[in-house]
Design a protein around this ligand. Structure first.
Ligand SMILES: [Fe+2]
Ligand SMILES: [Fe+2]
Length: 392
């Protein structure tokens, strides 16, 4: 399945090469600064080597378009902030976990561990990967605050955009928290390896190529919220199949948050299509050409230089998140934003429209072709589950 993803050269691939690039970077820095004879023997690894990223483009949205977001302040208050839930009405991780202050805590933990005993390792690899992705939340808040015209300028700004970003972050914060505590109590995973991976990932950041540009940024977040809605929905479905209804409920409740967030972000892009159809379709096509990289694409555990590729392969094989899902999301957004119905576009806009409207079937065809090829069956060890091997 790994070969299937690597050969797809489509949705997931912009990030599968980082291990190689990173190795190249390390090689370059070693030969340029240290005599080769010494380097071969005892050059210590840098304490922290950032993952390799694309050439970075900054501030690609012209100032007059940044003004659009300032003028949408009132609109965002009425149309976007309504998708947040008041804290008092939100679920909290503790609602789904054994209560450590109750007499029955030990018993509840025992039951939890019994319930997930029969769940296979490959499922845990997916759940851990999803949890680690959620836990890198500081990166995503940083990302939102890179976007010109909508960033939280002070850390406590009262603009609608800043209120949204902080409250969205606060809602998202419960996702990693809940999955982390559940996995800790399950006893099925190597928490220290997982914690190291989270630290590496937050330290690495992410490279979605959104160029400080809220047009690109909100296309990206629309896509990503739907992707997480799908993958958490699938882990819920699988947990139910394995008989852990509590875990199914946990994944399901997280998925419903993602769906609500998807509504908000797609609504922002709706508005951009209404005000500036040409700019919006160009942004959509630009992101799809670059391919939507997953937020955890720079994941590393200190051992496996191809960890993201391996995690993605397991997710693909189990049907937690697949190339087909990627094509479905794209198609959903094309329909949601009525891209096919746009008229009076510029020449470039027309090309962008054609590109996004015909892309999903092309991705599916490519996926079917690679699906039909003979697959190598490889199993590799995952540090997250104490080095036990899982089929890719
Ligand atoms: Fe989330
Ligand atoms: Fe989300």
């Amino acid at each position: 399945m790994a070969s299937r993803l690597t050969s797809l050269k489509e949705p997931f691939l912009c990030f599968t090469l980082w291990g190689k690039r990173n190795a190249e970077l390390r090689r370059v820095s070693m030969t340029s600064t240290i005599p080769s004879a010494v380097a071969k023997v005892e050059t210590p690894k840098k304490l922290f080597t950032p993952r390799a990223v694309h050439v970075q483009i900054a501030h690609s949205l012209p100032p007059q378009k940044i003004e659009i977001f300032k003028s949408l302040e009132g609109w965002a208050e009425e149309n976007i902030l309504v998708h947040l839930k008041p804290v008092e009405k939100c679920w909290q991780p503790q609602d789904f976990l054994p209560d450590p202050s109750s007499e029955g805590f030990n018993e509840e933990v025992k039951e939890l561990r019994e319930r997930c005993k029969e769940i296979p390792d490959d499922y845990f690899v997916c759940l851990v990967g999803d949890m680690i992705t959620e836990e890198a939340l500081p990166t995503y808040q940083t990302m939102l605050n890179t976007y010109d015209g909508v960033r939280d300028e002070t850390g406590a700004s009262l603009t609608s955009w800043a209120l949204w970003t902080r409250a969205w972050t606060a809602e998202e914060n419960r996702h990693g928290d809940l999955l982390n505590k559940y996995l800790y109590l399950s006893g099925r995973v190597d928490m220290k390896q997982i914690e190291k991976t989270i630290q590496y990932l937050i330290g690495s950041g992410m490279d979605p190529r959104t160029e400080n540009n809220p047009y690109l940024g909100f296309v990206y977040t629309s896509f990503q919220e739907r992707a997480t809605f799908i993958s958490h929905g699938n882990t819920a479905r699988h947990a139910k199949k394995y008989g852990d209804l509590k875990l199914a409920q946990i994944c399901g409740i997280i998925a419903s948050d993602e769906k609500r967030h998807e509504r908000a972000y797609t609504k922002i892009v709706d508005k951009l299509f209404e005000i500036d159809p040409d700019g919006a379709v160009l942004a959509f096509a630009d992101m799809m050409k670059k391919k939507i990289s997953m937020p955890g694409h720079l994941i590393y555990d200190g051992y496996d230089d191809k960890l993201f590729e391996h995690f993605s392969s397991v997710a693909q094989r189990l049907g937690v998140y697949t190339a087909k899902d990627y094509a479905d999301i794209l198609e959903f957004l094309v329909t949601r934003w009525k891209v096919g119905e746009l008229t009076n576009l510029s020449g470039e806009g027309n090309k962008a429209q054609d590109f996004v409207c015909t892309l999903a079937p092309r991705i599916r065809r490519l996926d079917e072709r690679t699906h039909g090829r003979a697959k190598k069956t490889t199993a590799i060890p995952f540090s997250w589950i104490h080095g036990r091997e899982v089929q890719l």
